[in-house]
Design a protein around this ligand. Structure first.
Ligand code: C5P
Length: 233
């Protein structure tokens, strides 16, 4: 479905900082991820500039709304030329299918459509508080299987759940995993980190890496190290 890719999380507060940083890395060696903070600050113009520079852009806005609204948002993202986007699996079957249909009927290149399963910030107690009483691995894999049934291309999940997700879906189901560190990196605020090699062994198709690359003295060198560990190893 997609080549193994390192996705650099552009977690910057302002578009000019993201674009300055983007000058330091090459689009042939990575994709970039734009989340809420940067998108709210930089808007579609920033996405167009990144796409114009040759970057594959993962628009990480985790759409979750009524099916019609999510479908319209997916169509708008397709028109921007993003490479990957995501919706919450908890939005339900009809919402995920509406997202799929919207992307399939776009005239532009079709972005890879992912589902977000259980946010890693939610533990068992937090899930119980909102009425979700399954064990977390069961919920993650059930939602991944549902996303697959709805025609989605893959999921975002922890590398620790990647192997389980793959066993419930398919070889070519895209698995995108954040929380990745090389053994030499600091953990920052990540609680459960996984190395690129372990993520790959667990079945990850893409890894999301932020600060170990964006805060590195030499971002291109750091990116090369992640590529070597994840792709070339
Ligand atoms: O800097 P770091 O590598 O920790 O950044 C990881 C990126 O992946 C951030 O953009 C973060 O929001 C995102 N992410 C995550 N854990 C999740 C989902 C997304 O770290 N479960």
């Amino acid at each position: 479905m997609t080549d193994r890719t390192v996705i650099v999380a552009l977690d910057f507060p302002k578009p000019e900082l993201a674009l300055q940083f983007a000058n330091k890395i090459t689009p042939e060696q990575c994709a970039v991820k734009v989340g809420f903070e940067l998108f709210v600050a930089g808007g579609p113009a920033l996405i167009e500039q990144l796409v114009g520079r040759g970057f594959r852009v993962f628009l990480d806005l985790k759409f979750h709304d009524i099916p019609n609204t999510v479908a319209k948002a997916c169509s708008a993202a397709s028109r921007l030329g993003v490479w990957m986007l995501n919706v919450h699996a908890s939005g339900g079957t009809e919402m995920m299918m509406a997202a799929r249909n919207a992307i399939d009927s776009a005239n532009e290149a079709k972005p890879i459509l992912l589902a977000v399963t259980v946010l890693t910030s939610l533990d068992k107690t937090a899930l119980k508080d909102i009425g979700l009483v399954k064990e977390i691995p069961d919920l993650v894999t059930d939602w991944a299987a549902l996303a697959k049934q709805c025609g989605l291309d893959g999921v975002v999940c922890s590398a620790q759940e990647a192997a389980l997700v793959q066993s419930r879906t398919a070889e070519d189901f895209v698995i995108v995993t954040p929380g990745i560190r090389l053994p030499s990196n600091t953990k920052d605020d990540q609680k459960r980190i996984v190395t690129p090699a372990d993520a790959r062994a667990a079945g990850a198709s893409c890894i999301v890496v932020g600060r170990p690359i964006t805060q590195a003295a030499d971002p291109q060198q750091a990116l090369t190290e992640f590529n070597n560990a994840f792709i070339c190893a």
